[in-house]
Design a protein around this ligand. Structure first.
Ligand code: G
Ligand code: G
Ligand code: MN
Ligand code: NA
Length: 254
């Protein structure tokens, strides 16, 4: 099958969906943010995960319109949650390097932010460590321009790339997200624990908040709390879920 054509059709016909995974604050025990994760409800193949179509979308450039759809939907859903009386939450959207490079990103974001009743500082973009390591001057400039709109950035999959301390300290980022691979099995792996502790202290030295990804057990949560980690995301708290399910989840979180 011609997946590229299928994906173009999916965009046109509204077959894409967003699921939201909560982020939990280890200091207050409250949900403080959400990560928007795209899914494709394919008429034949059922629910497809991003790993099954995001790389293709990046290759053929469809990630750009797809990405605008994601940002628009995420912001509308944030507004819906507010209208239903839920407290304000940060909304994190993944941004591929290709989207980051699009010349229309800044004006499009300006327009989306203007047309939605949500303050832009609730919006966050997750960039991967490997993406920000490329063309560092260009990346820095673009992040600054976007930052002027009020949005903030986080560094996704942290620990898997090779950021220099120098480069990291220059980037306008608010949070580091420790990659799941360091959290998985950390209870029984002293070496992972040391790495996680080192990443947390690096982040705090740079005045950044730290989010641990892929938290699946209470033991991991307890260790992360001991290490001073700020937030946790993972199946222990919740998997990603559609908006209606999320709204129920948030109502139960008192
Ligand atoms: O939901 P899942 O764990 O399968 O997501 C895997 C990865 O897919 C995410 O970590 C992220 O890198 C990517 N991804 C998910 N949603 C989006 C999106 O809306 N845009 C982009 N560019 N990547 C996404
Ligand atoms: O942006 P990123 O590629 O890191 O997206 C996070 C991915 O990790 C999503 O695809 C999500 O479904 C997945 N995920 C989130 N929490 C957990 C978890 O606790 N365990 C595992 N194995 N995967 C998770
Ligand atoms: Mn992410
Ligand atoms: Na990640």
């Amino acid at each position: 099958v011609d997946m590229q054509r299928e994906l173009r059709r999916a965009l046109r016909k509204g077959e894409l969906q967003l699921h939201y995974q909560p982020r939990f604050c280890l200091h207050t025990g409250r949900i403080v943010g959400l990560e928007a994760l795209v899914r494709w409800q394919h008429e034949q193949y059922g629910l497809l995960m991003p790993g099954e179509f995001v790389p293709l979308a990046e290759e053929c450039g469809l990630i750009v319109p797809l990405g605008y759809w994601v940002i628009d939907r995420a912001m509308r859903d944030m507004q819906l949650l507010r209208e239903r009386g839920h407290p304000a939450l940060h909304m994190a959207v993944n941004l591929s390097f290709r989207q980051f490079q699009d010349s229309q990103l800044l004006p499009t974001l300006e327009r989306l932010i203007d047309s939605c009743g949500i303050d832009s500082h609730w919006l966050e973009f997750e960039l991967t460590e490997t993406a920000v390591m490329r063309r560092s001057d260009y990346v820095l400039q673009t992040m600054r321009r976007l930052g002027h709109l009020g949005v903030r950035f986080s560094l996704d999959d942290f620990g898997t790339g090779f950021s220099s301390f120098e480069h990291l300290s220059n980037l306008p980022i608010a949070l580091l997200k420790i990659d799941r691979s360091f959290v998985t099995g950390m209870e029984t792996r002293p070496q992972s624990q040391q790495l996680v502790q080192a990443m947390i202290s690096l982040a705090h030295n740079l005045d950044l908040q730290v989010v641990a990804e892929g938290v699946e057990t209470l033991e991991q949560l307890q260790l992360l709390r001991e290490f001073g980690c700020d937030q946790a995301q993972g199946y222990l708290i919740s998997k990603a879920m559609p908006l209606t399910e999320l709204a129920r989840f948030l109502s139960a979180d008192v």
